[in-house]
Write a protein that binds this ligand. Structure first.
Ligand code: G16
Length: 543
């Protein structure tokens, strides 16, 4: 087998965002685009010869060709073993678990997560380290640097590897091992949760619907919920991973998973509804006619964590990203546990998880996780809920409302304005920042401003810093507006604005979150002159 050196020239846009590189499919299809980036990943890592690399993805359009190209590059770069999910399928959490279980050097995950797929959609590549964790900032910076100066890559002329059959073959000096995508992950879930208790819950007539949105989690969900836990066949809908997700948007939230949400708000809704995103690391929970906000979900998991034997005696603390509403802080305070607030991006949780400063973490963007692995994990979170429901025999609504009655409800809403001009948004930010300091102590629409600022972070474990992670305004009643630019979009700029207010009045715990937070939205749009700069009066997505 001949190793070929291919001359190439850099693309200027190969800069890692919140979670690896995400671009339009047409961008990834350009000559050498994928190869340049993958070789840059390898160039950024030293000492890869003979090492093990895990490869998998969410089954979206273009992944099949991308996997074969990555195999050729990895063989030519002399990796010792490639562990590949059958048919190229691995959810992000399953890939993370395989990396750790098989002591791999790292893994390449082909997914643009919650972004749509297909010829008009997006493609993405993430690199996970030997801890099964998203590459930290220092590594992604190095990858972006290498991509800027790349002038050649190594590949080889080998036929496409058959990924449909489980087994091993030797190509050059590299063992190619195709593994079952689901088995190891499902075994791990059985170590963590009380499957027997959840089986009994289903035997009692408990009804669940799980929407896999034709993305990666279908096979995992059918195996775990229907086969192992005994939920009736048909509990999992849209179970087959499809290249274009069958036209569904692979982001489970109130806007994009509207059909599923309607099902859960119908009179004959099941007791429990859940959905995951494209690569299976996010999740959404619904009860009968009841939506669980991601920040409330994290609070419920934290409240009942000691009911799960795997975590008993191992509950150290919790982290949430700074824009995430602080419902979990109240639970943690009662349990006398520390809370960490990180920038957006799962990579910022890894050091805290590995140092066991925290056991759990989560974000408003529908992700939660624990030290069981260093990626967020949708099926894990859903099993956690099922385990709590099985032990307490309370409803989703009861579990959530009990916390509201005890601690007050932290109303939260995230609004995203998509497809904005990056330069215009920067101008808008700059104009706001010029007068921001003068706002302290003033009243806007009857809300007294206590503090304004920019969120900067120092990792308490590594001491690494991350600056300018978002702007915030804090009011004297501790309500808050936080805003930042998304780092996962593939074109233009997406502005995310996060609103939060703590309500203790028992008579006001059951309002619509977006309506309740409307006054804060008005303040934001007024202070940054949103309409003047962007022409927008309404967000594209509200969760
Ligand atoms: C990634 C990150 C998350 C982040 C999310 C949204 O998730 O891992 O930490 O919250 O993107 O980021 P942004 O607001 O910058 O778009 P995923 O599921 O897309 O890999």
């Amino acid at each position: 087998m001949e190793i070929k050196t291919i001359q190439t020239s850099p693309y200027t846009d190969q800069v890692c965002g919140t979670s690896g590189l995400r671009k339009k499919t047409s961008v990834f299809k350009q000559k050498n685009y994928l190869e340049n980036f993958v070789q840059s990943v390898f160039n950024a890592l030293s000492d890869i010869e003979g090492k093990t690399l895990v490869i998998g993805g969410d089954g979206r359009y273009f992944n099949d060709t991308a996997v074969q190209s990555i195999i050729r590059l990895a063989v030519a770069n002399q990796f010792g073993r490639l562990i590949i999910g059958q048919n190229g399928i691995l959810s992000t959490p399953a890939a993370s678990h395989l990396i750790v279980k098989r002591k791999a050097f790292g893994g390449i995950i082909l997914s643009a997560s919650h972004n749509p797929g297909g010829p008009e959609g997006d493609v993405g590549i993430k690199f996970d380290t030997a801890q099964g964790a998203p590459a930290p900032q220092a590594v992604t910076d190095k990858i972006s640097e290498k991509a800027k100066m790349i002038d050649h890559y190594w590949t080889c002329d080998i036929p496409d590897v058959n990924l449909s059959e489980i087994g091993e073959q030797l190509i050059g000096s590299t063992v190619i091992e195709v593994v079952d995508s689901v088995e190891d992950y499902a075994l791990y879930m059985q170590e963590i949760f009380d499957f027997h208790a959840i089986q009994k819950l289903f035997q009692s007539g408990f009804r669940m619907t799980y929407d896999a949105l034709n993305a990666v989690t279908g096979p995992y969900a059918v195996h775990i919920f229907e086969k192992l836990l005994g939920a009736p066949a048909g509990t999992v809908i849209h179970a087959k991973p499809l290249p274009d997700f069958g036209g569904l948007h692979p982001e489970p939230n109130l806007t994009y998973a509207h059909a599923f949400v309607e099902k859960m708000f119908a009179d004959d809704a099941p007791d429990f509804g859940a959905a995951s995103d494209g690569d299976g690391d996010r999740y959404m929970i619904l009860g009968k006619k009841f939506f669980v906000a991601p920040s409330d979900s994290l609070a419920v998991l934290m409240q009942y964590a000691d009911q799960i034997p795997f975590y008993a005696g191992r509950i150290y603390g919790v982290a949430r990203s700074m824009p995430t509403a602080d419902a979990v802080d109240f639970v943690a305070a009662q349990k006398n546990l520390p809370v960490f607030a990180t920038p957006t991006g799962w990579k910022y949780f890894s050091s805290l998880l590995n140092a066991r400063k925290i056991s759990f973490c989560g974000e408003e963007s529908f992700g939660s996780g624990s030290f069981h692995l260093c990626e967020k994990d949708g099926i894990w979170a859903i099993l956690f809920w099922l385990n709590i429901l099985a032990v307490t025999r309370k409803s989703v609504q009861e579990l959530n409302e009990e916390l509201w009655h005890h601690f007050g409800r932290v109303y939260t809403s995230t609004q995203s304005y998509e497809g904005l001009e990056t330069a215009t948004v920067r101008e808008m930010f700059a104009a706001y920042e010029q007068h921001a300091a003068d706002l302290v102590g003033t009243k806007v629409n009857n809300h007294q401003i206590k503090e304004v600022g920019v969120f900067n972070y120092t990792d308490p474990v590594t001491q690494e810093t991350a600056k300018n992670q978002g702007d915030y305004i804090l009011f004297d009643d501790n309500s808050r507006i936080f805003w930042r630019l998304s780092g996962t979009g593939s074109s233009g700029a997406t502005l995310r604005v996060y609103y939060m207010k703590h309500e203790k009045n028992p008579a006001r715990l059951h309002e619509n979150a977006a309506d309740y937070l409307q006054p804060l939205q008005e303040i934001f749009t007024q202070l940054v002159q949103l309409e003047t700069y962007t022409g927008r009066t309404h967000p594209d997505v509200t969760t």
